[in-house]
Ligand binder design. Structure first.
Ligand code: PGA
Length: 254
């Protein structure tokens, strides 16, 4: 597939898998995806498996991501993980503001913006998640909701930092529900997000930002979603927990 931006497909393993299970999955993925060069492939295990997975993907084309991070550095922040701790394990990406954290941990756009700045400060690429709930979509306010999230979560970042940020559009009603946005629905919001980025930092920057779609991405809908001009990859939850489905999503997207 000829795309303006290189696709980035990330597996968000959420709160799943022991270290042994993580190692088994990543060994299989390494084998299955060894020949893939066209797509940036990222796996995001739990914190407890980062060190082991980091060693297991050495010299491979698979990159490592974390699922969250604190907004401060080292210090008296009980229970937090500092950006520097992630760097120790060669983590390259960090998912920020996932809707589950917005919902269960009450993460705000302002907090996510501070985390995104901290990530860039440590040379980590943030994957900043946005997306509307079912009630918001039905009320016809998807665009203003997403616009507020984008502007708030990227507040204070420089144009250069925004350019290197990955955005994940994940409609909350499509996450883990088996309901995928149609490719047309996804494209419409992705194009809208790119328009918001144009307003913030101009056309050249907006054209370089990769916008992933997330929400029940499966092998049988990946190609259609990835073929949309403003869909630059996927953030995959459930289907990333199993080698066959994640490898097929990657392969079907090429
Ligand atoms: P899902 O999750 O693929 O299981 O819908 C996506 C996500 O939450 O990132």
């Amino acid at each position: 597939m000829d795309k303006e931006r290189k696709l980035i497909i990330a597996g968000n393993w959420k709160c799943n898998k022991t270290v042994a299970e993580s190692l088994a999955l990543v060994a299989d993925l390494r084998r299955e995806l060894a020949a893939v060069k066209e797509v940036d492939v990222v796996v995001c295990p739990a914190f407890t498996a980062l060190e082991s997975v980091s060693k297991a993907i050495l010299d491979s084309n698979i990159r490592l991501g974390a699922q969250n991070m604190g907004d401060n550095g080292y210090g008296a922040f009980t229970g937090e993980i500092a950006p520097g701790m992630l760097k120790e394990f060669s983590v390259g990406y960090v998912i920020l503001g996932h809707s589950e954290r917005r919902q269960f941990q009450k993460e705000s756009d302002a907090l996510i913006a501070r985390k995104a700045a901290a990530a860039h400060g440590a040379n980590l690429i943030p994957i900043v998640c946005v997306g509307e709930t079912l009630a918001e979509r039905e009320a016809g306010i998807t665009n203003p909701v997403v616009e507020t999230q984008i502007k708030g979560s990227l507040a204070g970042l420089s144009a250069e930092q925004v350019e290197r940020t990955v955005i994940a559009y994940e409609p909350v009603w499509a996450i883990g529900t088996g309901k995928t946005a149609t490719s047309a629905q996804a494209q419409e919001v992705h194009a809208f997000i790119r328009g918001v980025l144009v307003g913030l930092h101009g056309d050249a920057v907006a054209r370089r930002v990769r916008i992933q779609y997330g929400g029940s991405v499966k092998p049988n809908n990946a190609r259609e979603l990835m073929s949309q001009p403003d869909v630059d990859g996927a953030l995959v939850g459930g289907a990333s927990l199993e080698v066959r489905s994640f490898a097929d999503i990657v392969k079907n997207s090429i």
